[in-house]
Write a protein that binds this ligand. Structure first.
Ligand SMILES: [Zn+2]
Ligand SMILES: [Zn+2]
Length: 220
């Protein structure tokens, strides 16, 4: 667990930065895969965890959510449109074979969502920015005072096959609606983030790189 911004720590595994979660104050944002369950509980043992808040419900973000919520006795939050998938009442989005396969390997058990979040809600020091597309209920967590954005899989900052650093749209076969996700990438850029923390890849501090990526992105 290493500090990446004021009062925010990155939790990853191996390879470094490949699958990230963040402890932001006493809020765990995202929760790795089900293989991370014991490790997360151990890593967080001397911390206070008051809430687990997800950027979106995918197997590499919700994996240890049930374990952490149960162990620390804290509630789980996600957007209403990803809630049924988190609670196991419907499959995750998109309904692709690739996502089904990765769910078998990585997904953690369902867990009740105590808090549905939406645009403008406060989660710790952050507020919720709806950023649908990758999943219907994908959100970004944005902190005004240092313009820090925790963006889940709206954008990847790593090639998921080679692990080389660089901005990429999330893979189409893991994405519910690519056009809608591109609107969310533009919405992220419009926030003028000073630092971006990703679900996959190291932090980005050079926003010119984000602007260049958007300029090269196909139009809607
Ligand atoms: Zn995802
Ligand atoms: Zn992911």
């Amino acid at each position: 667990m290493r500090p990446v911004a004021e009062n925010v720590w990155q939790i990853d595994g191996f390879p470094p930065n490949a699958i990230n979660a963040y402890l932001a104050g006493d809020v765990l944002i995202d929760a790795g895969t089900r293989w991370d369950r014991k490790r997360f509980v151990k890593l967080l043992a001397d911390r206070r965890v008051a809430l687990v808040a997800l950027t979106h419900v995918h197997p590499d973000h919700q994996g240890a959510a049930h374990e952490v919520c149960t162990h620390f006795g804290c509630p789980l939050a996600c957007h209403e449109l990803d809630r049924a998938a988190m609670e196991g009442r419907e499959p995750m989005h998109p309904r692709s074979r690739a996502l089904r396969c990765s769910s078998w390997i990585w997904a953690g058990p369902p867990h009740p969502v105590a808090r549905s979040i939406r645009e403008g809600d406060e989660v710790g020091d952050f507020h919720v920015v709806e950023a649908p597309g990758h999943t219907p209920g994908h959100v970004i967590y944005f902190r005004e005072f240092d313009r820090l954005a925790i963006v889940g899989d709206v954008l990847n900052h790593m090639n998921l096959i080679t692990t080389v650093t660089g901005l990429h749209e999330p893979p189409r076969f893991f994405t519910h609606d690519q056009t809608e996700n591109r609107r969310s990438i533009r919405k992220l850029a419009a926030l003028r983030p000073a630092k971006v923390l990703f679900g996959h890849g190291p932090p980005l501090v050079e926003s010119a790189e984000l602007d260049a990526f958007i300029a090269a992105m196909p139009p809607d």
